[in-house]
Design a protein around this ligand. Structure first.
Ligand SMILES: [Zn+2]
Length: 320
């Protein structure tokens, strides 16, 4: 038995239409229209199994309407200048309201997450889903984006502590820290960095079914921030999940959770709400299977369920 219980962290990227602005026009909002149902389904599963998560929410979703100021959309947000995007980052913002353009606003979703009977953390996923690690995103742009997030979150009485980088593109960590954030979600560390590419493919395939002790992941203090790396994408509609079927695929995910228990390490499940949208029944079955197994391990004292912010608070100042 490891000396410490494993950590079970769940982070959810909530972005709706904002997750597609990097594609530019035309925009089709139909893939995002089911996401309110997804949020309800996930919150109900949280309540059934007593699980807390970090909801990394795009800042613009705190709003229920917006309008241009002197003809400019969100002029306080300094624009990134990406080489690959010709239009303004906010060109697709409808400057409308939640009834007319429900996939661009989400004040009701923020309220629903806050009202969950099992406490949830609301984290940050940038104001307009900007890509911080791209060279086109300046420090000034990222700082202005975070300030805009903090301003809208304050109106909902939310103090943002945890950050998830859109497209997992990590950058400007010093700006993140100076903007009052304590915790971020980093990438899964490379599992077999010293192997050749074909050896790595074989090792990853074996590790997926029979996880090895050396692929355990731990949160890490990095200066003033705590990095809580993601370790597993929950995607019940992935090609792998469809090939194995929901039950067998859920079993594979649980193998990774038990691996964290054996090694006293971190199991950090993450997904976008749109990962669950195509088949809600399948998503619910997989969530119940996984959260049910997690609850048994938590009740047995072998695993703790913490939000990203709680992991950050626990590790802050430990320097290890
Ligand atoms: Zn707007």
């Amino acid at each position: 038995m490891p000396a410490l219980p494993a950590l079970f962290v769940v982070s959810i990227d909530l972005e709706m239409s904002w997750g597609a602005v990097h594609h530019g026009a035309p925009h089709d909002d139909s893939p995002y229209r089911a996401e309110r149902e997804v949020v309800s389904l996930v919150l109900a599963a949280m309540e059934r199994h007593g699980i807390s998560a970090t909801w990394a929410t795009v800042g613009h979703l705190f709003l229920d309407s917006c309008s241009p100021v002197s003809g400019v959309k969100h002029p306080e947000v300094v624009r990134p200048e990406y080489e690959w995007l010709e239009s303004d980052w906010y060109a697709l913002d409808p400057c409308s309201d939640i009834t007319t353009a429900p996939t661009w606003y989400g004040a009701d979703l923020v309220a629903a997450i806050k009202d969950c009977r099992v406490p949830q953390e609301i984290g940050c996923h940038a104001f307009g889903h900007l890509i911080a690690g791209d060279p086109g995103c300046s420090e000034e742009s990222f700082a202005a984006d975070l300030a805009a997030c903090r301003a809208v979150a304050a109106t909902a009485d939310v103090d943002l502590r945890s950050f998830v980088f859109p497209r997992n593109s990590v950058g400007h960590l010093d700006v993140l820290s100076k903007s009052g954030f304590t915790t971020y979600r980093g990438a899964t560390p490379p599992r077999f960095p010293n192997l050749s590419s074909w050896q790595r493919r074989v090792a990853n395939a074996v590790d997926r079914v029979r996880p090895m002790a050396k692929t355990a992941v731990f949160p890490a203090v990095e200066g003033d921030l705590v990095n809580v790396p993601h370790t597993y994408l929950f995607d019940p509609h992935s090609a792998t999940a469809q090939r194995f079927g929901t039950a067998a695929w859920s079993w594979l995910v649980k193998r990774r959770m038990h691996h964290a228990v054996r090694t006293g390490s971190l199991f950090h499940l993450w997904f976008h709400t749109h990962n669950l949208a195509p088949r809600l029944d399948r998503a619910e079955t997989a969530l119940d299977s996984l959260f049910g197994a997690a609850r048994e391990l938590i009740d047995a004292g072998r695993m703790e369920n913490l939000t990203m912010g709680q992991v950050g608070a626990r590790l802050a100042g430990t320097g290890s």
